[in-house]
Design a protein around this ligand. Sequence first.
Ligand SMILES: Nc1ncnc2c1ncn2[C@@H]1O[C@H](COP(=O)(O)OP(=O)(O)OP(=O)(O)O)[C@@H](O)[C@H]1O
Length: 312
Amino acid sequence: MQPVITIEGLTKTYKSGLQALKPVDLTIRKGEIFALLGPNGAGKTTLISIVCGIVTPTSGRVVADGHDIQADYRRARMKIGLVPQELTTDAFETVWATVNFSRGLFGRPPNAAYVEQVLRDLSLWDKKDAKIMTLSGGMKRRVLIAKALSHEPDILFLDEPTAGVDVELRKDMWAMVRRLRERGVTIILTTHYIEEAEEMADRVGVILKGELILVEDKAELMKKLGKKTLTLHLQEPLAALPPELGEWSLELRDGGEALDYVFDSNADRTGVPSLLRRLSDLGIGFKDLSTRQSSLEDIFVGLVHGSQAEAA
Ligand SMILES: Nc1ncnc2c1ncn2[C@@H]1O[C@H](COP(=O)(O)OP(=O)(O)OP(=O)(O)O)[C@@H](O)[C@H]1O
């Protein structure tokens, strides 16, 4: 697949001495939705701010749609729309004026039909003459997206697009992101909501303490690292795990009424049939059983713990 952004050896050390990015290498593919996932302070905003030309890198190189973001800043920036995390809006302007003004900043000629379509897509059309300060927080956020799309960018960055927004707006945003992707726009979003990455992304990058520790197709990531949990609801509660079950990593919960077994669903031997046989031999019966695939959240928590254990 064709790359649309190439990041090579990118680092950032702020004046305070804090190294916000260790050398980062990353290629974003044309037309994909890429989720950059990481906890607060991991370096997500720093990374996208560099690509969008707001923060100067300490070293490394970024090429966006064929243009070096430093040597050829204007042309690179023309290709990019950024929806920032913070609500920075021109309070006294109308929605219509502010979105058209943004378009003009990028040297694009006026195009009322295009701007109208953007506002309609974002359910902002009936607010076009409203002053921004009169809008709700959710509406202001939609205005930020409209501004970012005003100059018809091919690449859209969304920094924590749904932080603090209600469920309805979140769903609207996801739908809008999908529509943009259908039109060929490449989308990079940062999030610390696993649910968002799981729902939206084609690929996921996990960033921790300035280091991109993993980049993977979402489906592949879940398949490769995904574990399953088998839960057995026992007929009689167990006070403790019998030593005969020592070879399986089991956990008793719900007052001994439920038994959890975490296994690798891709392994040749999952240990499930032998566990069921052993339970039967021991006369431990169960009323019901269920299995659950690990979510991206389980995987993420596992990675964070793994990396903390390494650092310790
Ligand atoms: N202008 C700055 N000067 C000094 N340190 C900064 C500056 N901006 C960010 N940092 C620090 O760099 C690190 C990475 O911050 P960044 O905002 O990139 O993280 P993030 O992953 O986007 O987090 P969040 O989800 O909280 O936005 C943090 O430790 C932060 O305090």
